[in-house]
Design a protein around this ligand. Sequence first.
Ligand code: FES
Length: 59
Amino acid sequence: MSEDIIICNCNEIYKSEIVKAIQEKGLKTVEEVGEETGAGTVCGGCVDDIQEIIDELNK
Ligand code: FES
């Protein structure tokens, strides 16, 4: 994994937190990631990035 970056600016959620939540809880959707981490639940601008992370980890 490359450097840690903020994915969700609204809630200051880092990529590492999202990756960890997906791996530990077996999350499959942006909605589940939102419930778990709060990412993507404010402006929605980071939803595409969250989806990309999910796709990357589940391929
Ligand atoms: S940047 Fe993630 S909800 Fe706004």
